[in-house]
Design a protein around this ligand. Sequence first.
Ligand SMILES: [Fe+2]
Length: 185
Amino acid sequence: MNVMSKKSEVQGRSAPAVRGYHHYAYKCKDPAATRAFYEDLLGLPLTHVVEEHDVKTTTGDVVSFAHFFFELSDGSMIAFFDLGDGRASQADPDTPAFVNHLALSVDGEDELQDMKQRLEGAGHDVVGPMDHDDFVRSIYFWDPNGIRMEFAYSIETPDQKARAAAEAHQMFERWRTKTSPAVQK
Ligand SMILES: [Fe+2]
């Protein structure tokens, strides 16, 4: 892919709009704990369940599973596959635990603090709130399946957002070509 991709054009045609998440799916360790966490604690209703037996999946595996979906207020969903084995997905030992994570939006500071209190009241460790790069203010915690999660709201002004977007490709190329190779030595 060359720099044409910056304009989302391939062979002179713009790509269709990608509107947002439909769902993000992850392996479930404990369905009861997962439902309680997402539906009862975080307020995301269970709105769809798919049950399959000895079905050939898109990756060729033949398995039985339940696939269940918790709905966010914008209609997108966080979903889980329960294979009935009671085991969490294994994290990559070479990837620091903060790296792979799922960040979900809340409206602002009151909602962020409310979620922090809910989580801590249920015995979950919460880090934050903390600001990052005049960009986002966040809290961090673990879900029952080993997903590192974040609740966040945007704190950047329209000017900051425009400046960041204007600088993004230059910063990306500097990191890719100069800084990253130097850091890794
Ligand atoms: Fe994040």
